[in-house]
Structure formats: structure tokens, C-alpha cells
Write a protein that binds this ligand. Structure first.
Ligand code: DQA
Length: 149
């Protein structure tokens, strides 16, 4: 299985570090990407790290991943709670998908408790801060290794 992993981020995550730091922390998305790249090298993964405020762009990256990737880590941000289109795109992807949320969405407003993406995700990490991305990458590396064995 391919050792390429897409790490996809939804709307407003470009403002990470500035946006509601009491909820999302002080790290920027560039910090998260750097930490993911360092860990990926350690795990023998290659990553494509993207963020968009547009649903269509996220869907296009999922379609690209279909052709090339061994897994997807996705923080769909607000699209988590609204997007049947992202769910449908993920349903066309055959390899593992891990959903990540920096905050514990279950501790927050009720509308954040529902996730369309969770209907497809093989695992969900919420409330572990930006460390959730690292844990998701470790899990994907394990699944890819197991499949290759
Ligand atoms: C989020 C949680 C979502 O409810 C919210 O809309 C986000 C970020 C998180 O990482 O905790 O933008 O996905």
C-alpha cells in the first residue's frame, strides 16, 4: 500500500494560533505541518498537507488521494457537521481515514456533536489538541505496515 498520506484541513484552520486560542491553542497550522513532516519522515511516510476554506477544494484533494494515497487524516472543521459532499467523497476512498478535531467537540455546542465524516472514518480523535494529528499519523503508519506484512 502507498505510504503517501494526505493531511487535509477545513475552513478557518488557516487561522490556527490566532483563532480562539483558549479552544484551539497557540500553535499555528505551519507548526502542525512542520511537526507532521518530522514525524512522517520518522515513520517512513510521505505527506501532502493542505488547508482550504472551500469545500470543493477539499473534495478535489480526496479525489487525488484516491489515485495515490494509503490513507487520509482529515480535520474537516465546520464541514464536519454539514458536509454530505465530503462524506460522499471519502466513501469513494478505499484506504483508512482518521478524523481529527483539536477540541473536544462533544464538550461543546450540540451542533458539533454530529459528524457526517464519522460515518466513514475508521477512527476519530478529538480533544487532544494538535497532538491528535501526530497520533493519527502513527495509527495510519501502523495500518499501512500491517497491510504490507
Ligand atoms: C474543529 C471543531 C469544529 O467543530 C470546528 O468547526 C472547527 C475545528 C476542531 O479541530 O476542534 O473549525 O474541527
Amino acid at each position: 500500500m502507498s505510504r503517501l498520506v494526505y493531511v487535509l484541513n477545513g475552513p478557518n484552520l488557516n487561522l490556527l494560533g490566532k483563532r480562539q486560542p483558549h479552544i484551539y491553542g497557540h500553535e499555528t497550522l505551519a507548526d502542525v505541518e512542520r511537526d507532521c513532516q518530522v514525524l512522517a519522515a520518522e515513520l517512513g511516510l510521505q505527506i501532502r498537507f493542505h488547508q482550504s476554506n472551500r469545500e470543493c477544494e477539499i473534495i478535489d484533494w480526496i479525489h487525488q488521494a484516491r489515485e495515490t494515497a494509503g490513507g487520509i487524516v482529515i480535520n474537516p472543521a465546520a464541514f464536519t457537521h454539514t458536509s454530505v459532499a465530503i462524506l460522499d467523497a471519502l466513501n469513494t476512498f478505499d484506504a483508512p481515514v482518521i478524523e481529527v478535531h483539536i477540541s473536544n467537540v462533544h464538550k461543546r455546542e450540540e451542533f458539533r456533536h454530529r459528524s457526517f465524516v464519522s460515518l466513514r472514518a475508521d477512527g476519530v480523535i478529538a480533544g487532544l489538541g494538535t497532538q491528535g494529528y501526530q497520533l493519527a499519523l502513527r495509527r495510519l503508519a501502523r495500518l499501512i505496515d500491517e497491510k504490507a506484512a
